[in-house]
Design a protein around this ligand. Structure first.
Ligand SMILES: Nc1nc2c(ncn2[C@@H]2O[C@H](COP(=O)(O)OP(=O)(O)OP(=O)(O)O)[C@@H](O)[C@H]2O)c(=O)[nH]1
Ligand SMILES: [Mg+2]
Length: 205
């Protein structure tokens, strides 16, 4: 189980596979030094950012999927803990940001799709929506993607969203966190905060 969550009634959470850039995005959003790395599995426990005067916490969850030097049982446990975390805190979650790597996400989804299997990213997306947590897919590392529109349409297709992707600006946000180009994401998050009458939290996005 993940421990040490600050006692706050409002939360935005970053979830996704290992090495997609969650911590890099966190650093962009908070301006705080967060450990990031070339190897997957850098973040093993949630990074919580909270503010003394605010009833709000921003959380960077550990990544799931392949991690170098981490055995299968631990990986499965992290996946279970991530699912349990969003389930336990669904009422407090104003927005979930599902971070994916724009360069590899389609290949990974297709590799894990089968008659009896749903890829984690897709499963998590549907799970969050079932829990009524507004969810934004942050498609990161767009600096490495050449066929931008095609890639984003493919992504919509895999997540069960009708194309073209441009009609999903509140749900699909292409970003390059490493270069600080995250405006499509902050716009989308703000839309969801506004819908929940939480414009007071715009200062964090
Ligand atoms: N090209 C490119 N690389 C990026 C971008 N964002 C992050 N990275 C790189 O991707 C690697 C992983 O970044 P992290 O932020 O540590 O990823 P993470 O999702 O927190 O990984 P875990 O903690 O293992 O779950 C690092 O080498 C980053 O520099 C981006 O927008 N473009
Ligand atoms: Mg991390």
């Amino acid at each position: 189980m993940f421990e040490g969550r600050p006692d706050r009634d409002a939360e935005v959470v970053l979830v996704g596979r290992s090495n997609v850039g969650k911590s890099t995005l966190m650093r962009e959003l908070t301006g705080h030094a967060v450990e990031t790395g070339g190897k997957p599995g850098v973040t093993r426990q949630p990074n919580h950012y909270d503010w003394v005067a605010e009833d709000f916490v921003l959380t960077d969850l550990p990544g799931f999927g392949f991690m170098s030097g981490v055995d299968e049982a631990v990986r499965e446990q992290i996946k279970t803990d991530v699912v349990r975390y969003v389930e336990d805190h669904a009422d407090e979650l104003l927005v979930a940001v599902l971070v994916v790597d724009g360069k590899s996400v389609i290949d990974i989804i297709d590799r894990h799709s089968g008659p009896d299997s749903i890829p984690y990213d897709v499963e998590l997306f549907h799970f969050l929506r079932e829990l009524d947590v507004p969810t934004v897919v942050a498609v990161n590392k767009m600096d490495k993607v050449d066929d931008r529109d095609e890639r984003l349409d493919d992504l919509c297709d895999r997540f069960g969203l009708p194309t073209p992707w441009q009609q999903w600006q509140d749900t699909v946000a292409p970003i390059t966190a490493k270069q600080g180009r995250i405006e499509p994401l902050t716009d989308a998050v703000r839309t969801h905060l506004h819908d929940q009458k939480r414009d007071d939290l715009f200062k964090f996005f």
